[in-house]
Design a protein around this ligand. Structure first.
Ligand code: 5AD
Ligand code: SF4
Length: 455
C-alpha cells in the first residue's frame, strides 16, 4: 500500500516524519509523493500558530473531496495538533486516526487496524505533563530503530537530545502538546550518532526545544558536545534551539575548543521590551539577553547568531515594538525569524492577556522588523565577497532562493556553511552530501552566490 506523508512545523516534526516514514517502509508500505495516488495519508501537524492548523484543515478539506470517489483512503492526523484537539479532530469526516506526538510508535499498528476495520481510532496523552518512563523509553527505541540520514539533505541527520519543554512561555503551546522536558541518555545519543556516521552521515543536528538545558543525571550539554565531537566520521555538529536563560558558558568554550562544533547559535529573544518579555514569561531582560550574546561573541569570535521575534503580542505598544527594532540592531543577527502573535487556546497568554493588537498592525510591524533585519543581513553577507567558504552541499537549489531581485547566473547547487549561511553556485549534482570550498562573488540579503574552487 502507498503512503503519503505531509509535514507541517519545525525540525522536530520533520524528524518525527522521517522516523514514521521509515517505520512504514520497514513494515512493507511504499512511500508516495502525492496524496492523490496514496492509499494512506499521514499528516504531521503543528499547533504553534493558528496558520499552521488552518493549513492542516485545508488539506483535510481537499482529502474529504478525494474520499468521495475513493472512500477507502485512510487518513491519520498525528503530532501537536492531534494532541491539542484530541478526539475533536476525529469528528472531521476525512479523519480515521488521531495520534499524539508521544504515540507515533503506534502509527503502523493503528493504520494496519484501520485497513481491516474502518472504526475511527484516537490515541493521545490524557495528561501530557505526566509522561511515564515507559513512554519515554518507547520513544527512544522508536528513534533509534528508524533514524537515518535525511532524504533531502544527503549526509545529514537530525538527532533528538531531549523531548518537551518546561518553560511555559505564556504564548506557547509546546509544553501542552509535547510534554515535560526529558533529556535522553548520553550513551544512547552517542551510539546512535556513531551508527549514523557509519552509514555515511557527516553532519548531525542535535535537536531540542531548549538544547542548552540538556542535562542527564548531571551530564550537561557542553559535556555532550565534547563526546559527540569524538565520533569519527562526523565532521560538523549543529544544535538548535537555545534558550537565553541560565546559559552554561561552557557551551561556548566547547564551541571555541572543538573544531567540529559549528559556530552557529539560534537563540530566540522574542522581544526587545522588558515589559513584553515579562508578560511572555521569558525569565530574562533584554540586557541579560544581550550579555549572553556578547559573551558568545567574545568566546567564539566568528560565531553567527540567529533569532526569533514575535510582533503584536497582547499589550505591545509602539514603544515596545521600537525596543525590538533596537534589539535587532544591537544584536546584528545573521538572520531572524519573525512571527505575528497568534493566541493559542489553553496557554496563559490566551487566558490572561487580550489579543489587542489589530492584524493590520501586526502585519506592519512584521514587515518593518523584517526590513531592519534584511538590511543587517545584507551588510553581513557583503563581507563575504571575495572570501572562500566551506559548505556542505545539500543538493540542487530551489526556486525559493532565486526570489525576485536575486540575480543568480543559473546556479545549480545549494550548500550551507558551518555558520548556517546559504550558498548557491554552479556544479555537478553528484556533489550533494560532499563538503566543498566556494568563493563568494555576489550576495543578496538571504543568499551568498559563488563559484566552486578547484580541489
Ligand atoms: N504566536 C506566534 N509565534 C509563536 N511562536 C511560538 N508560539 C507562538 C505564538 N503563539 C514562535 C516563537 C518561537 C517560534 C518557534 O515560534 O518565536 O521561537
Ligand atoms: Fe515554547 Fe518557550 Fe518552550 Fe520555546 S522555550 S518551546 S517558546 S515554551
Amino acid at each position: 500500500m502507498k503512503v503519503f506523508i505531509q509535514t507541517y512545523g519545525c525540525q522536530m516534526n520533520k524528524l518525527d516524519s522521517n522516523l514514521v516514514a521509515n517505520s512504514f517502509v520497514q513494515a512493507g508500505f511504499q512511500l508516495e509523493n502525492s496524496p492523490d495516488s496514496a492509499d494512506i495519508v499521514l499528516i504531521n501537524t503543528c499547533s504553534v500558530r493558528q496558520h499552521a492548523e488552518k493549513r492542516v484543515l485545508s488539506l483535510l478539506g481537499y482529502i474529504s473531496h478525494q474520499k468521495k470517489s475513493r472512500p477507502e483512503i485512510i487518513v491519520a492526523v498525528f503530532g501537536c495538533m492531534a494532541q491539542r484537539l484530541k478526539s475533536e479532530l476525529l469528528s472531521h469526516e476525512a479523519v480515521n486516526i488521531v495520534c499524539g506526538p508521544i504515540q507515533i510508535p503506534q502509527l503502523v499498528n493503528l493504520v494496519n487496524k484501520a485497513i481491516d476495520n474502518t472504526t475511527k481510532q484516537a490515541v493521545f496523552s490524557t495528561d501530557i505533563r505526566d509522561l511515564s518512563q515507559q513512554q519515554t523509553e518507547l520513544l527512544d527505541d522508536f528513534e533509534t530503530s528508524y533514524d537515518s540520514a535525511e532524504e533531502h539533505l544527503p549526509a545529514q541527520a537530525f538527532v533528538r537530545v531531549m523531548h518537551g519543554c518546561n518553560n511555559f512561555c505564556s504564548y506557547c503551546i509546546v509544553p501542552y502538546v509535547r510534554g515535560p522536558e526529558v533529556s535522553r541518555p548520553p550513551d544512547k545519543i552517542i551510539s546512535q550518532i556513531q551508527r549514523l556516521a557509519d552509514t555515511g552521515v557527516k553532519q548531525v543536528t542535535l535537536l531540542g526545544q531548549t538544547v542548552n538545558s540538556y542535562c542527564y543525571k548531571g551530564f550537561s550539554f557542553a559535556e555532550l558536545l565534547y563526546e559527540v565531537s569524538k565520533i569519527d566520521g562526523i565532521e560538523w555538529i549543529k544544535f538548535v534551539t537555545c534558550y537565553p536563560k541560565k546559559f552554561d558558558e561552557k557551551i561556548f568554550s566547547a564551541m571555541a575548543d572543538l573544531p567540529k562544533i559549528c559556530r552557529y547559535l539560534h537563540i530566540p529573544a522574542q522581544s526587545g521590551s522588558d515589559k513584553v518579555l515579562k508578560a511572555m514569561n521569558r525569565g530574562y531582560t533584554c540586557d541579560e539577553y544581550l550579555n549572553i550574546i556578547e559573551t558568545a561573541r567574545q568566546v567564539v569570535p566568528d560565531i553567527s547568531i540567529a533569532g526569533d521575534f514575535i510582533v503584536g503580542f497582547g499589550g505591545e505598544t509602539e514603544e515596545d515594538f521600537q525596543k525590538s527594532i533596537e534589539l535587532i540592531e544591537k544584536a546584528r543577527y545573521k538572520n531572524c525569524f519573525i512571527f505575528k502573535y497568534s493566541p493559542r487556546p489553553g496557554t496563559r497568554a490566551d487566558d490572561k492577556i487580550p489579543d489587542d493588537i489589530p492584524m493590520e498592525v501586526k502585519k506592519q510591524r512584521n514587515t518593518e522588523l523584517l526590513g531592519v533585519q534584511e538590511k543587517i543581513s545584507s551588510e553581513l553577507n557583503k563581507n563575504f565577497i571575495g572570501k572562500t567558504v566551506k559548505v556542505l552541499i545539500e543538493g540542487t537549489s530551489k526556486k525559493a532562493h532565486l526570489a525576485s531581485g536575486e540575480e543568480t547566473n543559473h546556479p545549480q547547487l545549494i550548500g550551507r556553511t558551518a555558520g548556517d549561511y546559504i550558498v548557491v553556485f554552479n556544479g555537478p549534482q553528484n556533489l550533494a552530501g560532499q563538503f566543498s570550498d566556494v568563493k563568494i562573488t555576489k550576495t543578496s540579503p538571504l543568499t551568498l552566490f559563488g563559484e566552486l574552487t578547484a580541489g
